[in-house]
Design a protein around this ligand. Structure first.
Ligand SMILES: CC(C)(COP(=O)(O)OP(=O)(O)OC[C@H]1O[C@@H](n2cnc3c(N)ncnc32)[C@H](O)[C@@H]1OP(=O)(O)O)[C@@H](O)C(=O)NCCC(=O)NCCS
Length: 175
């Protein structure tokens, strides 16, 4: 099944379908998530956002935003990643994450961070960030703040507050 599936970059006209997917799967509490708060006012879709279409329907979407951490560039914040309820556990999430990591590497980024479950993201190489080293807006469970070093030893260079990099967005729409 997945052999015939691939991800593609998100386009501005995917936004309504992506928003519906987020609303259906994440519910109204999604706006409190760190990834939403970091991006507030900085646009929604970036060149790193990707989607999966299956039978003509958008069934999975990943957002990733270039960020600075403590003012240091070269990092990205992954999230949210959402797979529609009817299509979960079929490999779509894995496909999106692998392609996003490849895109980050090709763009010369050194580190990808996210807020999520280590038992899932650990399989891609994400590890728990030492407590208080990296700070996101809002309350965050330190055991869910994870990083993947694209460049060996990169995490040690990043310390402080995460902020979205302005520019490069496909869209400036809110929410
Ligand atoms: C989490 C999510 C993105 C994973 O994508 P997916 O396409 O369903 O998952 P994949 O096919 O890549 O991987 C499936 C495997 O991951 C496991 N898995 C899924 N979510 C997990 C979690 N939160 N913790 C641990 N394992 C998890 C499944 O049990 C399955 O395990 P198996 O391979 O041993 O059978 C998707 O299930 C989803 O959208 N969930 C709801 C929204 C959400 O929580 N998003 C992440 C926060 S931003």
């Amino acid at each position: 099944m997945l052999a015939s599936t691939s991800t593609r970059p998100a386009r501005a006209d995917d936004e309504p379908a992506i928003s519906r997917l987020h609303s259906d799967v994440l519910g109204p509490g999604r706006f409190a998530r760190s990834a939403y708060r970091v991006r507030e006012g900085k646009g929604r879709l970036s060149r790193f956002c990707r989607v999966v279409e299956w039978n003509g329907q958008l069934v999975a979407a990943l957002r990733m935003t270039e960020v600075t951490i403590g003012g240091v560039p070269g990092a990205a914040l992954l999230g949210p990643i959402v797979v529609s309820s009817n299509h979960q556990s079929q490999g779509f999430g894995r496909l999106l994450i692998r392609d996003a990591i490849d895109a980050a590497r090709e763009a010369g980024l050194r580190l990808v961070i996210l807020v999520g479950d280590e038992p899932y993201y650990g399989r891609f190489g994400f590890q728990i960030i030492p407590e208080a080293q990296i700070v996101l807006p809002g309350p965050a469970n330190p055991n869910r703040l994870l990083a993947l070093e694209i460049e060996g030893g990169a995490l040690a260079r990043y310390r402080g507050v995460v902020a979205a990099v302005s520019g490069g967005s496909l869209s400036k729409a809110a929410g």
